[in-house]
Design a binder for this molecule. Structure first.
Ligand code: R5P
Length: 326
């Protein structure tokens, strides 16, 4: 007698956009699975074509794309991949955006402005994404912009453990480059044994992108080793001005630690010529060979992404990756 068997086994599949394939390869290696073969190319007018070369029916799909420069293209490609997966009957689709583009516009600072962080979430939802996975969102409330589960991963423990292993913790101060990141500085302090925190009083003219005026240091940094932290380094204006302000206020040494190395325009030159002794970043975004310099340390985010993907796939706990409890 012939029979029909239904397979209830879940199948994990990993898909990579063209934004940063090396990171996707690293994640795949950590997970011990291959990337699903995917064809992608641009039409003459810049439109993107994507096709998966194997059946994806019923799979648990994770689509990795870092929103690197050119950011609009990478986002559009990821949206198109999600659309293709939805139309090919993937069972569940998770957008993995280690760096979530357009996150800085998360509220209206003035009238007649967009909220692009919300627009991005809506676009992914409309394309067919069931969930999002991101690292160090610009602000935590962006999680609420997406109508579905968001796995918000933190690079902080990895960065803090690295920095903590290199410095004298009794002379350490964690510095937020603006008042908005003081809570993150507190989490660094908690992880590093309760060291003091300080912040920079930063003002910004909302009409001029990537331009900030660094004011005074709030807190005592005299003779201290300061770790100035940020979610991203774009043109490096914010962070290098903070470094100068800290030395002017008597700091003995300054280390820069940030998750997302956007590194636009003058960033590399600014970092190289800053007096910071070390710049520690992660590879949520690609760093080319010619961007590397002495004193730059790149920590890989791939093991964390792989562990989180495995937890989601196995219906485990992503929270346990950060608090040690299931
Ligand atoms: C601002 O709110 C962000 O957290 C970063 O401080 C900022 O985007 C960094 O930009 P830049 O490196 O161009 O100063």
């Amino acid at each position: 007698m012939s029979e029909i068997r239904l397979s209830s086994e879940k199948r994990l599949r990993l898909f990579a956009g063209r934004g940063f394939p090396e990171l996707a390869d690293e994640v795949a290696a950590e997970l011990g699975i291959p990337l699903t073969p995917t064809s992608a190319y641009d039409f003459a007018n810049g439109e993107i074509f994507v096709r998966f070369e194997e059946s994806v029916r019923g799979c648990d799909a994770f689509v990795i794309q870092s929103h690197t420069n050119p950011v609009n293209k990478q986002i559009m490609e990821q949206l198109i991949m999600v659309d293709a997966l939805k139309r090919a009957s993937a069972k569940r689709i998770t957008v993995v955006a280690p760096f979530y583009g357009y996150a800085r516009q998360d509220k209206k600072s003035r009238g007649r402005e967009p909220i692009t962080a919300r627009l991005m979430a809506d676009l992914f939802k409309t394309a067919g994404a069931d969930r999002l996975m991101c690292v160090d969102l610009h602000t935590s409330q962006i999680q609420g912009f997406f109508d579905g589960p968001v796995d918000h991963l933190f690079a902080l423990p990895m960065l803090a453990n690295y920095v903590g292993s290199k410095v004298d913790r009794s002379r350490l101060t964690i510095v937020s480059p603006d008042s908005g990141r003081v809570r993150v500085a507190e989490r660094w302090s908690d992880l590093l044994g309760g060291c003091p925190i300080a912040f920079i009083h930063k003002t910004r003219d909302p009409r001029i992108p990537n331009e900030s005026t660094t004011g005074r240091v709030v807190g005592d940094v005299q003779g201290q080793t300061c770790v100035v932290i940020d979610d991203m380094i774009d043109t490096a204006g914010t962070i290098t001005k903070a470094v100068e302000a800290l030395f002017d206020a008597g700091a003995k040494d300054v280390i820069i630690a940030a998750t997302h190395a956007v590194l636009s325009g003058p960033a590399i030159e600014r970092l190289k010529s800053s007096r910071a002794s070390e710049v520690v970043i992660t590879n949520t975004l690609p760093i080319s060979e010619d961007q590397k310099f002495d004193g730059l340390t790149v920590l890989s985010i791939a093991p964390l992404l792989a562990r989180a993907i495995r937890e989601v796939f196995e219906d485990g706990s992503v929270t346990s990756l950060f608090d040690g409890h299931s």
